[in-house]
Design a protein around this ligand. Structure first.
Ligand SMILES: [Zn+2]
Length: 92
């Protein structure tokens, strides 16, 4: 199963970080996924495959500003992220 993550998503890990935090924010996408511990702000880079093994669940970025409708904004964002991902994997 391929894990879908995007910048700003919160990833909950199976194992606790030494600081006591379970939750990590996604800050970088690519061959390696950049994560920042939401408790101690430590930044790590982890191969996508390692993240898929360690992550328990992924929560989408919380919507701020109160009830953003599922409009073209989010669709456009998904397309942009997808094209970015395709280009970084050298696919085309
Ligand atoms: Zn931590």
């Amino acid at each position: 199963m391929v894990m879908q993550v995007a910048i700003g998503d919160t990833v909950t890990m199976r194992k606790v970080h030494p600081c006591g935090g379970y939750r990590w924010e996604v800050v970088r996408l690519g061959a390696d996924i950049g994560l920042v511990c939401s408790t101690c702000r430590r930044r790590v880079l982890m191969p996508r495959s390692a993240l898929e093994k360690r992550a328990k669940k992924v929560e989408p970025k919380p919507q701020t500003g109160g009830g953003v409708p599922s409009c073209q904004c989010s669709m456009t964002l998904s397309v942009l992220l997808l094209s970015d991902f395709v280009s970084t994997t050298g696919f085309g």
